[in-house]
Design a protein. Structure first.
Ligand SMILES: N[C@@H](CCC[C@H](N)C(=O)O)C(=O)O
Length: 317
């Protein structure tokens, strides 16, 4: 008898794919310029299955914006967004945005010969969280992730706390702050590295109240001192919506820095504030910066590496 993943993979026999990652957040990538390939929820889950599929935290389909309805809407607002990142979590659910994924996506577009991008140049990409500018840097890509927002603005303004989180390995409910980077995040500060290490993230953390679209949950330990030579430092583990624990989450790193900076603002004037932050995750380090923007809103820039590591073809039975 064929297993459910094998059955799904049989339907996709002959499909070419690549595998890539950004700080250990890994993705199956499919090139579909004209939007001709349908990969349903259970087919995405089969491709991302780590035992019976290729394995990945998510699936990214590269499609021209004019060949997917969400992309056509983006294109009418910004005609530079020729390519759309169709992002799915490993369980097949749709996510609005993926910070690590968009770097890997651009690396894939370059590798496929769809675009050329010199160091220092930027490309406009369509996503379900709007257009993103992705610039090539010496060691990867820097993405203007756009403005951040509190999910529950009033509570966050008052006490910088709006949710309670409980997960295995934590003795009591912990206060948290929910931040949107286009997709939802709930950030929890822990006391030290031991607490971070001891968390069991094999189950979905319990969050109250849950943001309307569900939530990714980031557990953060601020470094001592928090800011050195004008650069902030935190460590983070993450439980991703639609996936589970991952080695890294780019939008999560941005949300974690937004929450940490907000909490630190209560501790005194400038010594805990910075415009640049290193976020250490199990899969490496990403850098988060606050940057001014012509739209007058503070934007967040995320930078880090991206790598395509393999290519193949789905075999089928
Ligand atoms: N790992 C990604 C985020 C992927 C989507 C997330 N699981 C969600 O459902 O919002 C990142 O690097 O940002």
């Amino acid at each position: 008898m064929t297993s459910a993943p094998q059955h799904e993979l049989n339907q996709l026999a002959g499909l070419a794919f690549a595998k890539g990652h950004g700080t250990g957040n890994d993705f199956v990538l499919v090139d579909d310029p004209r939007g001709e390939i349908t990969i349903g929820v259970s087919a995405v889950a089969a491709l991302c299955d780590r035992h019976q599929g290729i394995g990945g935290d998510g699936l990214i389909r590269a499609v021209r914006s004019d060949s997917i309805p969400e992309g056509a809407a983006i294109l009418s607002a910004d005609e530079r967004a020729e390519w759309f990142m169709d992002y799915r979590n490993g369980d097949g659910s749709i996510a609005e945005m993926c910070g690590n994924g968009v770097r890997v996506f651009v690396d894939f577009l370059i590798a496929q010969g769809h675009v050329t991008l010199e160091h220092g140049d930027a490309l406009t990409i369509g996503t379900r969280a709007g257009v993103k500018q992705v610039a090539r840097t010496d060691n990867g890509y820097a993405v203007d992730m756009g403005p951040w927002e509190f999910v529950f603005p009033e509570a966050a303004q008052e006490k910088a706390i709006d949710s309670l989180v409980q997960t295995r390995g934590l003795d009591v409910n912990r206060p948290a702050l929910s931040v949107s980077m286009g997709n939802p995040h709930t950030v929890v500060a822990l006391a030290d590295d031991d607490e971070l290490k001891e968390l069991d993230l094999t189950h979905i953390p319990s969050v109250r109240p849950v943001p309307p679209q569900g939530t990714n949950v980031e557990f953060v330990v601020p470094s001592e001192p928090l800011v050195t030579d004008g650069v902030g430092n935190i460590s983070m583990r993450v439980h991703e919506r639609g996936v589970g624990e991952t080695q890294s989450c780019g939008t999560g790193a941005c949300a974690a820095v937004v929450a940490t900076r907000r909490w630190a603002a209560g501790d005194g004037p400038d010594q805990h504030q910075a415009d640049e932050w290193n976020v250490q995750v199990p899969g490496g380090t990403v850098v988060v910066k606050f940057i001014p923007s012509p739209d007058g809103r503070e934007h967040v820039e995320l930078s880090g590496p991206a790598q395509i590591v393999a290519r193949g073809v789905i075999a089928g039975a």
